[in-house]
Design a binder for this molecule. Structure first.
Ligand code: F1P
Length: 296
């Protein structure tokens, strides 16, 4: 038996199915079909924005863009800006809200209403029960996405995703995935945002060498990194022929069954396992703070 104490990150990530169910039961933000929306955030929150944007637009509910807050095109016209920020204090997010104030209606999805984002945004959705102590985000991010998904209507079954996440928490991780030296995550459409987040989680929690690509881009160069002892992890269905191409490199290919967000929970667990294997604490990620607050 391992003597490693259970990390806060491990405890928090295990509560995701319950958080998603609660999010699905409390929808208060459901933009009108056809609204042109920009979603923004930094780090993990940006990747959740990407996933939601692709999901909303592909479900025919309206043009939806996602931008890292530092690259937000403030001169464009949108019907609404949605900002995702767990802390409510991230400087770049607050700058976007400030830049569009009075011109574009804004909604912030946050874990903490007692922060500057409450005044910076016109409306706030407060998911404080999904807040985390960990620097590295797991449950707040996926709960924000679950909440936004639930607002897309009955076609998007967050409750089924929660059941899949429960299974993802129970299933043993492949030992070869924990012992690998490099991991590349692939996705398409909304799962590309999940792939980006998976790669970021492994970097943040475990200092791991990870990459992320749209699945169809993988053959256009990045496959050169694949080899035995390395992992290619695909969220959602694989493009035709790609599994065979990966097999030819000798890399371990992992695909998920069920909801791709539940597969992200498996990567959360992988990030914790790889950190611990390397003697790192996922609760003390190198060089990171819970929120990036820049000098004015
Ligand atoms: C965004 C974020 C995190 C990252 C780091 C710094 O925070 O970039 O994703 O892990 O801790 O902050 P927030 O705006 O969602 O609070």
């Amino acid at each position: 038996m391992s003597s490693t104490p259970v990390s806060r990150t491990a405890v928090e990530l295990a509560t995701q199915p319950a958080c998603w169910r609660r999010a699905a039961a409390h929808i208060s933000f459901s933009p009108d079909p056809g609204e042109r929306i920009a979603v923004t955030g930094c780090g993990t929150s940006w990747f959740m924005a990407q996933a939601y944007a692709a999901l909303r637009e592909s479900s025919g509910r309206g043009e939806t863009d996602a931008f890292p807050s530092s690259e937000f095109p403030a001169g464009r016209r949108y019907d609404r800006v949605v900002a995702i920020t767990r802390s409510g204090t991230t400087t770049e997010v607050l700058r976007v809200l400030d830049a569009v104030r009075g011109r574009i209606p804004t909604v912030a999805i946050t874990a903490d209403a007692a922060t500057p984002v409450r005044d910076a945004a016109d409306e706030a959705v407060v998911l404080d029960w999904a807040d985390e102590q960990s620097v590295v985000q797991t449950r707040f991010a996926t709960t924000a996405l679950a909440y936004l998904r639930a607002g897309l209507g009955p076609g998007d079954d967050v409750t089924a995703a929660a059941a899949d996440a429960e299974a993802a928490l129970r299933a043993p991780l492949p030992a070869a995935a924990v012992e690998a030296e490099q991991w590349t995550f692939l996705g398409a459409g909304w799962t590309y945002g999940l792939a980006q987040e998976a790669a970021l989680k492994m970097r943040e929690a475990a200092g791991a060498w990870t990459e992320a690509y749209p699945a169809m881009e993988y053959r256009h160069g990045p496959i050169a990194v694949a080899r035995p002892g390395r992992v290619v992890w695909a969220f959602g269905p694989m493009p035709e022929g790609l599994a065979e191409d990966v097999a030819g490199t000798g890399a371990l290919l992992i695909t998920g069954a069920g909801d791709p967000m539940a597969d992200l929970v498996r990567v959360h667990r992988l990030a914790v396992a790889v950190a611990e294997r390397r003697g790192l604490s996922p609760d003390a990620p190198r060089g990171l703070t819970r929120s990036v607050i820049l000098a004015p």
